[in-house]
Design a protein around this ligand. Structure first.
Ligand SMILES: Cc1cc2nc3c(=O)[nH]c(=O)nc-3n(C[C@H](O)[C@H](O)[C@H](O)COP(=O)(O)O)c2cc1C
Length: 464
């Protein structure tokens, strides 16, 4: 049987997400990124196009590495201004039936007690269609504005994140029994206090003695997304994630990560395919190959290389302002996103990247491939990537937003459906996002470490 292709749309509540300069294209609608209708219409389009979810990236700071300030970032609208992705989800959920929503929240800067409540609220309001993209964050500017003198060192952020997850599992899985909310007017009991318990967490970084602020949603723990690419980040993903994202320019580069993750997932006692893996793809589609190529040329004319370097500086912590455009990039360890720099240096398969090459590459589609062509060409290329990189699907990003995602839904999705890779929109049952993406039940599967924080029925039966 043909392996289905899972589609996530990858977006952010900003003027420029991955393709600096293209907000100036006449078809760009991003001047309206601060209108609710923009996001509701996008959600409807994606659902019609068979997307399983819309993944909304987020960062808690400004990219201010390039040139030592945020001027280039502001001028180019480079992930700035940045609206809060969690706020927009209920409106999109109301307008859709099956689309999932992946929201990003930082374990370095958000308190677990309150974040658990926010995510449970979204899980209720979306009827179980929410995923949480767990990030440890990588910006010094975030640390400075959130009361710290600098970032927690890279690997330590993940050690702390492990404890954070323990607190979250206790709140989502262990604090409320399924039948704790009774809303029983006869008995005059809304919540049965016998069926709610304090989590009693006391650890190195967090102290959370009390019970969860609210009852868990249909999934209890929301579906867990993660995108760690460093050794420590991958270990974290292996331990917690149910879906993982990679950005890489070639199937070989992504395959290396994919094989590593599947090996370690298996070594950790989880099924090899327990984690769904997505890689980034920016798709420029038109009715014919020639038209799509013309479109790409049009896009290239709008590329803004200074903004691209501001984006790259934000990811990597490396300031390339004033660098000779023909100088070669070298790897340096930073406390920012190490894999973003590695993919153009140590993991570049021997290729030497100059600053100029980098700026031009990043300017359309960030760190992933740009797939250009007719619906048939795009579908062929996606199938090739799926096979060679060993991924379960794609994080589809638009260069001109939202037009490229609309064209994807209108042109590529019908072709994928013809090939049996994507279900018809009305054939998708209403279910939680976990059920849709992983094929398991609505809750964390038994072999996931978070499930061990669940009160078993035997324990529950013994309650006084
Ligand atoms: C597709 C994708 C989406 C990501 N989205 C975010 C995001 O929204 N916010 C964030 O802080 N980091 C984001 N990251 C960065 C990762 O969380 C992670 O820090 C990065 O891949 C580097 O891995 P490392 O932390 O193991 O070094 C994303 C990474 C990828 C590949």
């Amino acid at each position: 049987m043909t392996r289905p292709m899972l589609l996530n749309a990858f977006d952010m509540l900003v003027p420029v997400h991955q393709s600096p300069g293209l907000w100036r294209h006449p078809e760009s609608g991003v001047a309206g990124f601060d209108r609710l209708d923009y996001w509701v219409e996008l959600a409807e389009t994606l659902e019609e196009g068979g997307f399983a979810s819309l993944f909304l990236a987020d960062i808690p700071g400004i990219y201010d590495v390039y040139g030592g300030d945020g001027a280039a970032t502001a001028r180019g609208g480079v992930q700035y201004p940045l609206l809060d992705p969690l706020v927009v989800v209920p409106a999109m959920a109301r307008a859709t039936r099956t689309l999932g929503f992946g929201v990003t929240a930082s374990v370095t800067y958000e308190q677990p007690y309150l974040l658990a409540r926010t995510l449970s609220t979204l899980d209720h309001f979306t009827e179980g269609r929410v995923a949480w993209n767990i990030v440890t964050s990588y910006q010094d500017s975030a640390a400075r504005n959130l009361g710290m003198s600098g970032q927690i060192p890279h690997d330590e952020r993940y050690d702390r994140a492990d404890e954070y997850m323990e607190v979250m599992y206790k709140l989502f899985e262990g604090s409320f029994d399924d039948d704790a909310v009774r809303a029983d007017p006869e008995a005059n009991v809304f919540v049965d206090p016998e069926r709610v318990r304090p989590i009693g967490h006391e650890g190195r970084w967090f102290s959370v003695p009390g019970a969860a602020l609210t009852h868990p949603g249909p999934q209890r723990t929301p579906l867990l997304f993660q995108a760690g690419a460093s050794k420590r980040g991958q270990q974290f993903a292996t331990d917690h994630a149910e879906a993982i994202f990679f950005s890489g320019g070639t199937p070989e580069l992504v395959r290396g990560w994919v094989d590593g993750v599947r090996d370690s997932v298996e070594a950790a006692g989880r099924p090899r395919d327990a984690v769904k893996i997505f890689s980034l793809a920016t798709v420029i589609v038109a009715e014919t190959d020639e038209e799509a190529q013309r479109r790409l040329e049009e896009y290239r004319a709008l590329v803004d290389t200074e903004s691209a370097l501001a984006l790259f500086g934000g990811w990597t912590g490396v300031d390339l302002s004033g660098a000779d455009p023909d100088s070669t990039l070298e790897y340096v360890a930073t406390d920012a996103n190490q894999s973003a720099l590695a993919s153009f240096t140590t993991l570049a398969g021997g290729r030497k990247w100059t600053v100029r090459d980098l700026a031009e590459f990043v300017a359309i589609g960030g760190r992933g491939p740009v797939i250009v062509g007719s619906p048939q060409t795009v579908a062929d290329e996606l199938e090739r990537w799926q096979e060679e990189a060993g991924v379960d699907g794609f994080n589809v990003s638009a260069a001109v937003r939202p037009a490229d995602l609309e064209r994807f839904s209108r042109l590529v999705s019908p072709e994928l459906r013809r090939r049996g890779l994507l279900p018809e929109a009305d054939a998708v049952p209403a279910a939680t996002l976990r059920e849709r993406l992983t094929g398991s039940g609505p809750h964390l599967p038994a072999e996931h470490r978070g499930a061990s924080y669940r009160r078993t029925s035997a324990v529950a039966a013994g309650r006084g």
